[in-house]
Design a protein around this ligand. Structure first.
Ligand SMILES: NC(=O)C1=CN([C@@H]2O[C@H](COP(=O)(O)OP(=O)(O)OC[C@H]3O[C@@H](n4cnc5c(N)ncnc54)[C@H](O)[C@@H]3O)[C@@H](O)[C@H]2O)[C@@H](O)CC1
Ligand SMILES: [K+]
Length: 514
């Protein structure tokens, strides 16, 4: 699914009006019908509704919603805030329609006027500013936003299209923004919805279809996108009947150190469950029995050190030796002992295939940035926000962080995913894809180790780095969603993500008929 900028959304709007038999007012009506239906599903007709409308088309939506809610028997009132002297044409048309049908339903609030005090249990609808926001809200408009946010403890706030004050494509840090419980948006996610810094503003997101031109959507490119099930199903390759374990690659997993063998176990189990043909784990002596018992499907190389690994580079010291492994996953629970750092550098000197680097492997790269230049092109880096900061530095806001993420992916020809609620995947071509599967239950120790195992497994099976990332991250979240549905977000642990990988795969298989 494409994420369009505010400018592209305006173009989609204009293209639809120009090329399909639908007028601008009809489009607004469609949007209002969809919002009204959503409100009616979530709040009964005894809920008083206070709809705060701006002077543009976002306010026009609010006026149309007021009329449609009244038609359904709701006590809905529109409060028109005169933050600018002129109203848009569709705003004016909808104001007239509402006034004609329900003369007492429209109330004007002149600049610097006071807001009404909503009745108890009233719903507040924010239709003040939409994608036409041209500058951060200030003065009276900012004041209104603050006043409405102060009512949040007692009232739900539903934002239409985008919380007022929030910029769709830029950072809104330290600017006044409505803090909505729900945001009802049209056709597309906006970039702002996917940024952690806006979590308190957007609340739960619902994307409503208003039938914007499919032609415009298909022909317009976007740098930001969201992975969806159709796309992942297209990437997924079901196993062929006459395949054998050699078909699905041999992966080398370098993980674990004293006290952190569990990370290696989780990663190894995930790698096996994702379908790798053969897995060899390189592990320090202290982890040998543990991994052999916990993951009997994996073979083992034992390091000469007891508590950390320092000789794994030997497996790839000649081209023939390196060729045994289709890929390498390195980092979970690895530690950052001097011997481990040295061995990682040697490994990077010899191994030239795309690989997966996570956790302590990333921490080692952070403390020795020149090593980043040695990472094979096309490799996958999987930092969480702290690891990202250590690797690439601090940023002032999430939009800047995305720029740094993407800039490094292009410059270094690496695929970098930044973990989060909506994991952002930056590819070597400069595009960024967001993943929407997953849940807060996955914010638990070991969940990242599982992802490393999944990605390593997919690379070993011959998926290219981009496909492995798009599919692996989706599958990881999906399996986590199945685990949460069965066990609850609280009770699920990283091992459960592994256990539910099978359910995830079943969901990826296209339904087939005999
Ligand atoms: N494009 C689409 O797909 C559709 C858009 N619709 C609605 O139209 C909205 C966009 O409408 P508009 O382009 O009229 O824009 P807005 O409704 O966001 O508001 C623009 C008005 O606000 C003023 N303004 C901008 N920034 C301000 C600030 N910081 N402080 C005070 N005033 C400010 C502008 O001067 C202008 O008068 C969308 O958000 C959506 O709600 C829907 O009606 C249906 C379809
Ligand atoms: K709004």
């Amino acid at each position: 699914m494409k994420i369009f900028t505010a400018q592209q959304i305006r173009e989609a709007d204009a293209y639809t009006i120009a090329n399909t038999p639908i007028s601008s007012l009809d489009l607004m009506e469609k949007a209002a019908i969809a919002c009204t239906a959503w409100i009616c599903r979530h709040y009964n007709e005894y809920t008083p509704v206070y709809i705060f409308c701006g002077m543009g088309n976002n306010g026009g939506d609010g006026l149309a919603i007021t009329r449609l809610l009244r038609n359904r028997g709701y006590e809905a009132h529109a409060y028109v805030l005169h933050h600018s002297s002129t109203a848009s044409a569709d705003h004016t048309a909808n104001r007239q329609a509402l006034q004609q049908q329900y003369p007492g339903a429209v109330h004007d609030i002149a600049e610097n006027g006071l807001l009404p005090r909503p009745d108890a249990h009233a719903l507040i609808v924010d239709a003040i500013l939409g994608t036409g926001l041209s500058r951060p809200a200030e003065g009276w408009t900012a004041n209104i936003i603050h006043q409405l946010n102060d009512l949040k403890a007692e009232h739900d706030i539903v934002a239409i299209d985008i919380p007022s004050g929030l910029q769709a494509d830029a950072s809104s840090v330290n600017t006044p923004v409505i803090k909505a419980d729900h945001t009802l948006s049209f056709e597309f996610y906006k970039l702002a919805f996917l940024l952690p810094e806006n979590a308190a503003a957007v609340g739960e997101i619902c994307i409503l279809t208003i039938d914007l031109s499919p032609e415009y959507i298909a022909q317009t490119t976007s740098r930001f996108n969201i992975t969806d099930i159709q796309q992942v199903r297209g990437i997924y390759r079901p196993r062929k009947a006459f395949s054998h374990k050699g078909t699905f690659g041999h992966a080398l997993l370098i993980a674990g150190s004293e006290g952190k063998t569990g990370a290696a176990v989780l990663s190894a189990k995930a790698c096996l469950r994702t379908g790798v043909g053969l897995l060899t784990c390189h592990i320090p002596k202290c982890g040998y029995e543990i991994i052999q018992i916990a993951a009997p499907g994996a073979m083992c190389f034992i390091d000469e050190q007891k508590d950390h690994s320092s000789s794994f580079h030997n497996h790839v010291s000649t081209p023939e030796a390196a060729a045994r492994f289709k890929t390498i996953g390195i980092g979970p629970g690895l530690g950052t002992a001097a011997g481990t750092c040295w061995a990682l550098e040697k490994l990077l000197d010899h191994y030239r295939q795309p690989m997966v680097l996570d956790a302590d492997a990333l921490n080692i790269l952070s403390s020795n940035p020149t090593l980043l230049n040695k990472v094979p092109h096309g490799s996958i880096l999987t930092p969480h926000p702290k690891e990202f900061e250590r690797l690439f530095g601090r940023t002032a806001n999430d939009v800047e962080r995305l720029q740094i993420l993407s800039g490094n992916a292009v410059k270094r020809q690496l695929n970098i995913l930044l973990k989060g609620r909506y994991t952002a995947m930056a590819f070597t071509d400069g595009s960024i894809w967001f993943n929407t599967t997953g849940n807060p239950g996955m914010a638990t120790g070991g969940s990242g180790d599982v992802l490393t195992g999944i990605l390593t497994s997919l690379l070993a099976q011959g998926y290219n780095s981009r496909d492995a990332m798009l599919m692996g991250v989706y599958l990881h979240g999906l399996s986590g969603d199945y685990a949460a549905a069965e066990l609850s977000e609280e009770a699920m642990i990283a091992e459960d993500i592994v256990e539910f990988l099978g359910r995830g795969f079943q969901h990826l298989r296209k339904p087939h008929t005999c």
